[in-house]
Design a protein. Structure first.
Length: 187
């Protein structure tokens, strides 16, 4: 996608408490790409009841190193059977890597997981099933309708905070009490 000056790439979308779409209830979505063709992101705070070692087992990947029992994330409602690895750059040139920023890549290939299994993967990563996608103009409309707040993405939120704490943490960072946000009505 062609990036525009108004691109939300490398931003977090933080769902307002009034979000009506259950897929994005209290969601924090990292925007990987945003341009004239639409937007694509990964929800980073909805853990599934599935761990990364379980995914490796399902994919018949050897697991010679001790993997963290980090939960796999529900990355969004689009292609929920497809895995996406959001990670810091590494020395590998995986088949489907997309550079999001100088510090972040998005990869959707099994060879990245094979590298992790061999202890040769990126130093920081999140693994999600599915992604969030918006057609041209759709995200802009949702922003005008006050579905989302935006804030610059940061390394600590992505890789150091527990997934379940990210939504509240970003509201704190913005200085907003989500309990004070009311649903708009008709007069």
């Amino acid at each position: 996608m062609q990036n525009s000056p108004l691109s939300l790439r490398n931003k977090f979308l933080v769902a307002l408490p009034t979000m009506e779409d259950r897929n994005f209830d209290k969601a924090v979505t990292f925007i990987c790409d945003h341009g004239d063709e639409g937007a694509m992101g990964i929800v980073i705070n909805q853990p599934l009841e599935l761990s990364l070692p379980e995914v490796f087992k399902q994919l018949n990947l050897p697991n010679p190193i001790e993997l963290p029992t980090t939960s796999v994330l529900k990355g969004g409602p689009v292609k929920p059977q497809r895995g996406f690895l959001l990670h810091t750059p590494s020395d590998h040139d995986w088949h489907t890597s997309m550079r999001v920023t100088d510090e972040l890549m998005l990869t959707a290939s099994k060879d990245a997981l094979e590298s992790i299994a061999q202890g040769d993967g990126p130093s920081n990563y999140l693994f999600a099933l599915g992604f969030a996608g918006w057609s041209p103009g759709q995200l802009e409309t949702e922003l005008k309708e006050n579905c989302w707040l935006t804030i610059d993405a940061d390394f600590d939120t992505l890789f150091n905070q527990p997934a379940e704490a990210r939504w509240n943490s970003l509201y704190e960072k913005m200085g907003i009490d989500p309990g004070t946000i009311a649903v708009g009505g008709n007069a």
